[in-house]
Design a protein around this ligand. Structure first.
Ligand SMILES: [Zn+2]
Length: 124
């Protein structure tokens, strides 16, 4: 019995050559674009994950004890990318800490930064 083949994109029945994967050039192009978009998304995630890890390493090295005030420029020169962080923590007094996993920072006046460690009470 001959098995019926289907288009990988739209699921429509394939006729003719048995090595065909798509029913039309349109489906082939759609599948190609979807694959490219998926690859671009995965590359973006890999890049951002690497940036987040680098940010955490820089914060940890700048503040081994988990609480340090430092000039923002020092972190920038070490390669910290301030655009990327994993989450925010807002204090009751209205300060917003940016965290890269378990290391966070608060931007202070005069271009300074306070680096802190994640604390269990921040979970709420
Ligand atoms: Zn198709």
């Amino acid at each position: 019995m001959k098995e019926e083949k289907h288009c990988s994109q739209c699921g429509g029945t394939l006729s003719g050559r048995s090595d065909k994967r798509f029913c039309s050039n349109q489906c082939r192009a759609q599948a190609h674009n979807a694959k490219r978009q998926q690859n671009e998304g995965e590359q973006l995630m890999v890049r951002i994950n690497a940036t987040l890890r680098r940010n955490r390493t820089i914060l940890r090295q700048a503040s081994p004890q988990g609480k340090t005030t430092i000039y923002r420029q020092v972190l920038e020169m070490a390669g910290l990318d301030f655009r990327y962080f994993t989450h925010l923590y807002r204090t009751k007094t209205g300060n917003t800490y940016h965290f890269c996993y378990d290391y966070g920072y608060l931007l202070l006046p005069e271009e300074k930064v306070l680096i802190v460690n994640w604390q269990p009470y921040m979970e709420k």
